[in-house]
Write a protein that binds this ligand. Structure first.
Ligand SMILES: *Cc1c(COP(=O)(O)O)cnc(C)c1O
Length: 514
């Protein structure tokens, strides 16, 4: 370690060229082995918080340092051993994609150069790459390419910025200076009952309050009911509320349902509402030649949230908000008059974008690089191929589950398949046994997740606790999918037996009792 140079300057944080090369090469070698070894590893060690803390050690802040190379050599294997691996072929839990290896290298490059994408003049090249990334993402999903856009940390933030842009654009008073006090009527936002929780957070921290979120019932396919929406709008207007925002979800988190976006877009125009689409999960599907037709209406949205760390295989964190109006984000977030941005460089074309004016952050990292490189690495064709494959495997899982007598196949949409373990003797009166079956599947899921054999999550549909597999994972193959029913049945039988014994229920009469 080079603790000080000849002048006595202390710089223990620095590495010499050779030190950096050695530490970096060693780490890249470990990472290559890690990627190669993933399929043979458990999805998760399933450790308790105490076990993890024990493994980490509980030492105080170190007084003195140690070498970077030694630190990396120590921490990398620990991270491999004690992490849940969402890049594992049998990880089908949440909508967290297998992250592309190039994305990891992109983050390294971005951190090394360390541009600050708040202002164009301190990150000229990086800012232009972000602007191009935003345009490419818009192009990928069929959104107008002159949209304003910004890379943010995740779907929550992307949706949040759309929400704030809507509030600014829809308020007829000076909402940015007067806040909500400038208007006696209360703002109201309309979302389906299956919408993600970001909307409550946005309503809460933006000062509207969570009562501003008006939940609209869903139909049997978990899509927003237009008749309910219209009725709720009418009664809210009569009651003196001020509807300002309609939110459609392009791929719900629970079951992958797509709201009736074209009808919602039309209604939003007629009712003078801002139309925001939460495409955190499903928007990239719009790139497919055989995409569900509702996704054509993404182009109608006033704002759209996209999440490359969900279904574009980007490492965390990377999301993007787009607004149809090229000024909507600056209108909502800038604290400079617009003429202030025009600098001398305008002679050479459009002025450079100062992204701190378009969102919440001031200093900003180079999230765009991994997304931009990812799009260049595989192109539109590669994106389409991988997403199509994820969806094909999810449909295959649904078919495999349907063939298994002790499993009940439920929903299938985009790359999400839901199902549950249903002992054959209880199947005829499944409704009556709902409480038991919910408990059974909940315990089954706990056991399965901890086992590390495979990782699925849960969804609740019509009061039934279901297992939910979401495939956004380029490492998942047919064999992984085909293994799931057998694994779930094995866990299901053992939990069922244990639970019946614990609850003093009669043992199963059916074939699986043995
Ligand atoms: C995951 C998800 C979000 C939140 O995105 P994050 O990247 O986790 O912040 C929002 N909406 C939908 C539909 C999602 O699936």
């Amino acid at each position: 370690m080079s603790d000080s140079d000849h002048s006595g300057r202390k710089a223990p944080v620095n590495l010499s060229g050779d030190e950096f090369r050695r530490a970096g090469h060693a780490l890249v070698d470990q990472l290559a082995d890690f990627y190669a070894g993933l399929p043979a590893q458990a999805v998760t060690p399933g450790e308790s918080p105490r076990e993890v803390r024990d493994a980490l050690g509980r030492g105080p802040l170190p007084d003195t340092g140690m070498s970077a190379e030694a630190l990396l050599a120590e921490i990398a294997p620990q991270m491999f051993a004690h992490s849940l691996h969402n890049g594992h072929p049998r990880f089908m839990g949440y909508i967290t994609s297998s992250a592309s290896p190039l994305g990891a290298l992109a983050d390294l490059l971005a951190s090394a150069v360390n541009p600050n994408l708040g202002r164009w003049d301190v990150a000229p090249f990086a800012t232009e790459i972000e602007a191009q990334t935003v345009r490419w993402l818009a192009e990928l999903v069929g959104y107008p390419t002159d949209a304003a856009g910004l890379m943010v940390s995740g779907g929550n933030m992307a949706n949040f910025l759309g929400f704030i842009a809507a509030r600014r654009a829809q308020a007829s008073w000076q909402v940015r200076s007067e806040g909500l006090y400038g208007e006696p009527r209360k703002l109201a936002a309309y979302v389906s009952a299956e919408a993600h929780t970001w909307v409550e957070k946005a309503a809460d921290v933006s000062g509207l309050g969570t009562d501003a979120v008006r939940w609209v019932a869903v139909d049997g396919d978990q899509r927003m009911r237009m008749d309910d929406l219209q009725a709720l709008l009418r009664s809210d207007r009569r009651a003196g509320l001020l509807p300002f925002l309609l939110v459609g979800t392009a791929g719900t988190t629970g079951t992958g349902a797509i709201d009736p976006l074209p009808e919602m877009a039309r209604l939003a125009r007629a009712e003078n509402l801002w139309f925001h689409v939460d495409g955190a999960y499903g928007a990239p599907v719009a790139a497919l030649p055989d995409a569900p037709s509702e996704l054509g209406a993404l182009a109608e949205a006033d704002s759209l949230a996209l999440d490359p760390h969900k279904w574009l295989y980007s490492p965390l964190e990377a999301a993007c908000v787009l607004t149809r109006s090229p000024t909507a984000l600056e209108d909502a977030f800038s604290f400079l008059p617009s003429y202030y941005k025009l600098d001398k460089r305008e002679e050479a074309g459009k002025p450079g974008i100062n992204y701190y004016n378009s969102g919440m952050q001031n200093s900003r990292g180079f999230r765009a690089l991994k997304v931009w490189l990812g799009l260049r690495q595989v192109g539109r064709t590669g994106v389409v191929d991988m997403i199509s494959d994820d969806m094909r495997l999810a449909r295959r899982l649904h078919a495999c589950v349907a063939e298994e007598p002790e499993l009940e196949a439920r929903t299938q949409a985009l790359s999400i398949t839901t199902f549950r373990y249903l002992p054959t003797d209880l199947a005829p009166q499944a409704r009556e046994h709902q409480d038991y079956l919910n408990r059974l599947n909940q315990e089954l899921l706990d056991d399965l997740q901890r086992s590390g054999e495979a990782f699925v999550s849960n969804a609740i549909v019509s009061g039934d606790y279901l297992l939910r597999a979401c495939i956004v994972n380029f490492r998942t193959h047919e064999a992984d999918v085909d293994a799931i029913p057998g694994i779930v049945v094995r866990f299901g039988r053992s939990v069922d037996q244990r639970l019946r014994k614990r609850l003093g229920l009669s043992p199963q009469q059916s074939a699986q009792a043995g």
